[in-house]
Design a protein around this ligand. Structure first.
Ligand code: FAD
Length: 369
């Protein structure tokens, strides 16, 4: 999503090539998300970039896609009576987000009849949270890239990166590409790509997250349910057509790889869901895992490398890289083109220092989340 979105932004004014090691774009984290849009998730930079992406997602440019990118969902964050104070703090922190309100046990019961009374005393409902059509968004970026003469090279693992004069040269097994600017949008592999170019690492930590798909009880009308998660973020559940998407909200550090679900995480997920919901999971239809990649302070890394001319970072999108892609890629393209921070993003309070790779340079003091 990172590579496709920034390539789309740049393609009308530049010659752009996206280089992807897999045969299928989106094979890794982008194709494994929970596809949720929420303005109450993640660090402030990501929440800002997410809310600034909403307009694009609601009204994409003409010809971008042939179906809506967002659809109604809502998110319910619930808790027990004992944890109500923490819930109230969360509600206070997000009072300015539109569509946020507190719901009591009776309303929770009406919204999600299967949630157990003892688990859900009160909750925060984010009515304006949405489902994202990730495939349509990703395809829209790649289609627009091609329309502007850009190219997508699949099955092209970047093995070597050299700099000669003012140009970078990327070597794959059977291709050589030359450009004055390289954008490192390699997700979990971003530090490895940096090392190939001779750049210092920013400390990307890929964290595995598991998804389990189970059939929904046949007698329940679940399509209007919101996505549901507990206040302490130990699991979430989202209705899909006739199914539930579940996750134990795991965050296990991992090397960059083709992540696979671990049996223990799947079992933990089902146990937590069965404790909170009046529901027996008898069959698993599918499961997968993906890597959410973070740097220490949880903000994205977007900017030119402090040491290497023409080497641009677009990494560390964590668990928010789909919902924030339109605004983050717009910021990246603006910086790459030398136009500085876009006014709406600056007016929203984001500073370049917060996202710059410079914050990881020796001597800089990056804050941890
Ligand atoms: C379970 C789960 C749930 C999530 N839910 C949400 C959600 O609800 N909402 C949301 O906004 N976000 C969500 N996310 C996060 C979101 O999916 C990511 O932030 C986003 O997909 C990151 O995109 P990316 O392009 O940086 O990474 P990737 O999609 O992993 O892309 C990086 C690409 O770089 C390529 N690459 C690596 N090395 C090389 C090389 N040497 N040569 C060529 N190519 C290379 C890889 O093949 C890969 O395709 C979720 C993630 C997971 C795992």
């Amino acid at each position: 999503m990172a590579g496709a979105s920034v390539a789309w932004q740049l393609a009308p004014d530049a010659s752009v090539a996206v280089v992807e090691m897999e045969d299928q774009p989106g094979y890794h984290t982008t194709g494994r998300s929970a596809a949720i849009y929420t303005e109450t998730y993640g660090p402030p930079t990501m929440r800002l970039l997410t809310s600034l992406s909403r307009e694009f997602l609601e009204n994409p440019p003409g010809g971008f896609c042939d179906r809506p990118l967002l659809s109604r969902r809502g998110i319910l964050t619930f808790t027990t009576e004992a944890r109500e104070e923490k819930l109230d703090k969360l509600l206070a922190a997000f009072h300015s987000v539109s569509g946020i309100r507190k719901v009591d046990r009776a309303e929770i019961k009406a919204l999600v009849p299967l949630l157990r009374d003892e688990a859900a005393f009160a909750g925060m409902l984010e009515e304006n949270a949405r489902d994202i059509d990730v495939h349509a968004l990703h395809r829209g970026f790649l289609r627009g890239l091609r329309r502007h003469g850009g190219t997508l090279h699949t099955g092209a693992r970047v093995e070597r990166i050299d700099r000669t004069g003012a140009l970078w040269t990327l070597h794959t097994a059977d291709r050589v590409l030359t450009a004055p600017i390289v954008v490192n949008a390699a997700g979990a592999w971003a530090d490895l790509i940096a090392a190939k170019a001779g750049a210092a690492k920013v400390g990307i930590v890929p964290k595995r997250r598991t998804v389990v798909i189970v059939p929904a009880p046949p007698d329940r009308k679940i399509s209007a349910w919101p996505a549901i998660g507990d206040l302490d973020d130990t699991f979430y559940l989202k209705p899909e057509t006739g199914r539930f998407l579940l996750s134990p909200a795991d965050e296990t550090p991992s090397a960059p790889c083709d992540a696979q679900p671990e049996e223990l995480d799947v079992a933990t997920c089902i146990d937590r869901v069965e404790k909170a919901f009046d529901m027996d999971v008898r069959r698993i239809e599918n499961s997968w895992a993906g890597l959410r990649s973070f740097v220490a302070d949880g903000a994205p890394v977007c900017g030119f490398d402090p040491q290497l001319e023409g080497f641009f970072w677009l990494a560390g999108q964590g668990g928010y890289g789909i919902q924030s892609a339109p605004a983050l890629s717009r910021l990246a393209a603006s910086l790459i083109s030398g136009c500085g921070i876009s006014p709406d993003i600056g007016d929203g309070g984001l500073t370049l220092e917060e996202v710059s790779p410079m914050r990881f340079a020796p001597g800089a003091t990056a804050q941890t989340d």
